[in-house]
Every structure is written in structure tokens, then in C-alpha cells.
Design a binder for this molecule. Structure first.
Ligand SMILES: C[S@@+](CC[C@H](N)C(=O)[O-])C[C@H]1O[C@@H](n2cnc3c(N)ncnc32)[C@H](O)[C@@H]1O
Length: 182
């Protein structure tokens, strides 16, 4: 079975927690990683690693001394990435984005998220945004892919500078780029 089909079947089987029937597109992988730099050592958090398509793009765009902490609630997805992506810069954490502060409390440069944010309660959504804002450095950035622009106001309540970019019409893919300025 080819990899894309295997991932689509796993996502469909777990649709209530993945919130999607397939991986995000190549355009999303590129856009969500576009502010990364290979010239600085960065600390990056990923929320919703899945089978690791964005994870691999992150690793391809950062320095050798950078660190990636990838949060994923599905243990099978964690096992899959751990056996397929062998990279000492990557630490896979089998836990939810809402528990990030149990692992990391400061000095993060980027949070890159493909979690099904629209499915979350208001409390959980704001906990993830507020905790991320707290652990990010000033100028740090939270970028999230979503299939709707209706959550944008929530991000604007937490982050000082937010922009939204539409990448495709079907399925509609939006990237929110939100920067911490103070
Ligand atoms: C739409 S998939 C995205 C997977 C992949 N990164 C991509 O871009 O295609 C969402 C992923 O978020 C995971 N997830 C759902 N709730 C989560 C949470 N609270 N914290 C971390 N991961 C979560 C799901 O298990 C799933 O792997």
C-alpha cells in the first residue's frame, strides 16, 4: 500500500480526532514553514504531527542544533513517525497541545499547528492559544492551518499581529500566521 493511501485510511479511521480525511497539502507544508530559518538555532513546537509530513518539512528547514518537540495524541501516529523519521533534533511527545506547559515553559521560537482547532471547546482552544503565547519568545510566531477563516478572531484576541492566507479552494486551506509582539 502506498504511503498516501495508508495515511488517508488512518486519518479516516480516526476522523473524530484528526478532523481530516487526508494529509494537508504540499502548499500547506511550505507556507506553514516559511518563516523558519536555517541560520539560527531554533526551538519549534509542532501540534498535531500526524504521520509527519509537516514535521519532515520543519526538519528540512532548520539548523543542525535546532530542536523540534512534536505533540500528537494518537500513539500509533507517534510510533509511525518514531520509526520512519530518525532525527536527533526531533522529540515526539504523545500528549495533547493543551498540556504543552507540562513539558515546555519558555523560549520557543515557533509553534506550528495542524490540530483540528475548530473541533475544540472554547476553553481548550483558548488554553492552547494562551499557553502558546506564554511560552513563545517576543517576535515568536504561532502558525496554524485551518479549513475555515471563522476562528481568526480567537487568534486576534491572543496574538498582537495576525494575518491569514488562503491557499486553496477545495478543500479550502487557510494558514493563520500570528506573532507575539509583547
Ligand atoms: C489534520 S491532522 C494533521 C496531520 C498532519 N500534520 C498534516 O498536516 O496532515 C490533525 C492531527 O492532530 C492530532 N490531534 C488532535 N487533537 C490533538 C491535540 N489536542 N494535541 C495534539 N495533537 C492532536 C490528530 O491525532 C491528527 O494527527
Amino acid at each position: 500500500m502506498n504511503q498516501k493511501l495508508r495515511t488517508a485510511l488512518s486519518f479516516a479511521k480516526n476522523v473524530l480526532t484528526t478532523g481530516a480525511l487526508s494529509e494537508t497539502s504540499r502548499k500547506v507544508e511550505i507556507e506553514i514553514c516559511k518563516h523558519l530559518s536555517i541560520d539560527k538555532d531554533l526551538t519549534i513546537i509542532e501540534f498535531g504531527m500526524g504521520h509527519g509530513n509537516i514535521t519532515k518539512e520543519i526538519l528540512a528547514n532548520i539548523s543542525q542544533k535546532s530542536q523540534v518537540y512534536a505533540f500528537e495524541i494518537n500513539p500509533d501516529f507517534c510510533e509511525f513517525v518514531e520509526s520512519n523519521v530518525k532525527d536527533p533534533r526531533l522529540k515526539v511527545i504523545n500528549d495533547g497541545a493543551e498540556n504543552v506547559k507540562n513539558y515546555i515553559t519558555s523560549n520557543v521560537d515557533f509553534v506550528l499547528a495542524s490540530i483540528p482547532f475548530s473541533f475544540f471547546s472554547k476553553e481548550k482552544a483558548f488554553k492552547i492559544l494562551n499557553d502558546s503565547h506564554e511560552i513563545l519568545n517576543i517576535q515568536g510566531m504561532y502558525s496554524q492551518v485551518l479549513y475555515t477563516k471563522h476562528n481568526f478572531k480567537k487568534f486576534q484576541k491572543v496574538f498582537e499581529d495576525c494575518t491569514i492566507k488562503k491557499l486553496s479552494y477545495f478543500p479550502p486551506e487557510y494558514i493563520y500566521h500570528c506573532q507575539k509582539l509583547k
